[in-house]
Design a protein around this ligand. Structure first.
Ligand code: MN
Length: 427
């Protein structure tokens, strides 16, 4: 699969990581991981390689090990070989590297050298993460292809979804298009949430009870929130659109949708090298807070409403996260930064200055979350700041989120998912 150009890029990645590790004579083992058995059966979960292994080797095979000998400045890939018996049941595994059986002997030859397991060693992980945040040409190409698969799925939604369809019908119709367009799998379980379900940030099909999956039917005039994306070449795409189905949006739907869109557009415009992510996030909360004030759901002054946590009742999550080999990618918190306890920032997955080469999602939202709005302690704490009588009719409204994937460049933000339309109404 890997051609000469990609081998050159992979080798350059390994060189950069090695320089960051700054080792003397240690051995580093980067393992791909093993397939996991399913409880109570002889089946296995689908395999996903450890992203550090995938990044450094360009391969996604189970039970493989990429080893580095710092004394010799030498990398060696070890891969499993399938037996004739295995081959009765499965196609032969790609014979990558030298046979895995040789790993033990390879280590035994290096008696004086300390063995570092990449999974357990923060210094080794930090060195890889510091490189993974900057995407090279090979990665950008995979990320663009992943976004293209997502576009096919969302286009299907725009052309086919109507009131009366179940969440399941919408999900499988959309995912079929991801796969037709080349996606290897979905980048994460697709969130297809109708009406009130849109308020669950990580709502997905069958989550509550795998034996009794959701069959909720989309009603005319309800919001449909879809957060989904295809994965290509190991790289994720992560896109959210929210639309009203089968009717003209109400004034409130339309107003809140525009507030989320403008929060997103303002944030995307600031996705430039040197910008502090936490500041962009807090400004997105101010935009959303101002919208909630204007609609009469909050009272007071916007900075105070952000710092008290009143805005976080309606926008509890972070503005976005790095994207790459995993949908919530490595490197969000550089050394020395810890997650904050600020009520508006405690779920921030990234807190760092942006740098060219990063990919980040930008995904503000507004939700009416029953667990927060129905809590007597919350209602008491925010008695002054939240206009509870005005919020009451919006319980059950669901949520609105709009999300795109942004490539940070010196020339300004490049929106990888920009071809995916943002209709406020479909069907
Ligand atoms: Mn996301």
């Amino acid at each position: 699969m890997a051609n000469r150009d990609s081998e050159t890029l992979l080798s350059a990645r390994r060189d950069r990581v090695m320089a960051r590790w700054d080792l003397k004579d240690e051995i580093v083992l980067v393992r791909s991981g093993s397939v996991l058995p399913m409880a109570g059966s002889d089946m296995e979960h689908s395999f996903q390689p450890h992203p550090d292994f995938a990044y450094l080797s360009g391969r996604g095979i189970p039970d493989a090990v990429l080893a580095f000998d710092a004394l010799q400045d030498q990398w060696q890939l070890f891969g499993p070989r399938s037996t004739p018996d295995d081959q009765v049941w499965h196609q032969p595994a790609d014979p990558i590297g030298v046979p895995l059986e040789e790993l033990e002997g390879w280590i035994a030859l290096r008696t004086e050298q300390t063995v570092l397991e990449a999974w357990d060693d923060p210094k080794i992980q930090a060195g890889i993460a510091a490189e993974r945040i900057h995407k090279d040409e090979l990665e950008l190409s995979a990320l663009r292809s992943a976004a293209a698969t997502s576009k096919s799925g969302f286009d299907w939604v725009y052309q086919n979804v109507a009131a009366g369809m179940t969440e399941r019908e919408i999900q499988v119709g959309m995912e079929a298009e991801f796969f037709r367009a080349g996606a290897v799998r979905t980048a994460y379980p697709s969130i297809v949430a109708t009406g009130p379900n849109g308020a669950y940030l990580h709502y997905f099909y069958g989550q509550d009870d795998s034996l009794n999956p959701s069959t909720r039917t989309l009603q005319k005039g309800e919001l449909l929130l879809i957060d989904a994306g295809g994965e290509f070449g190991g790289y994720a795409s992560d896109v959210t659109r929210t639309m009203v189905v089968g009717a003209e949006p109400t004034d409130v739907q339309s107003f809140l949708w525009q507030v989320v869109l403008s929060a997103q557009e303002l944030a995307i415009d600031r996705c430039r090298p040197g910008q502090e992510w936490r500041e962009i996030h807090l400004d997105s909360a101010r935009t959303i807070g101002s919208g909630l004030l204007e609609l009469g759901l909050l009272r007071g002054e916007v900075d105070q409403l952000v710092s008290s946590g009143a805005v976080a009742l309606f926008y509890p999550h972070g503005l976005g996260h790095l994207i790459g080999l995993t949908v919530h990618d490595a490197g969000g918190y550089p050394a020395g930064r810890e997650p904050s306890s600020h009520p508006q920032s405690r779920y921030l997955r990234t807190d760092r200055p942006l740098e060219a080469g990063m990919i980040t999602s930008v995904e503000p939202g507004i939700y009416f979350i029953e667990a927060l709005l129905a809590d007597p302690a919350v209602r008491e704490r925010f008695a002054e700041e939240v206009v509870w009588d005005a919020v009451e009719p919006l319980r059950g409204f669901g949520g609105i989120r709009i999300e795109d994937d942004i490539h940070i460049t010196d020339a300004g933000p490049e929106v990888l998912s920009e071809d995916i339309g943002k209709p406020i109404r479909i069907g």
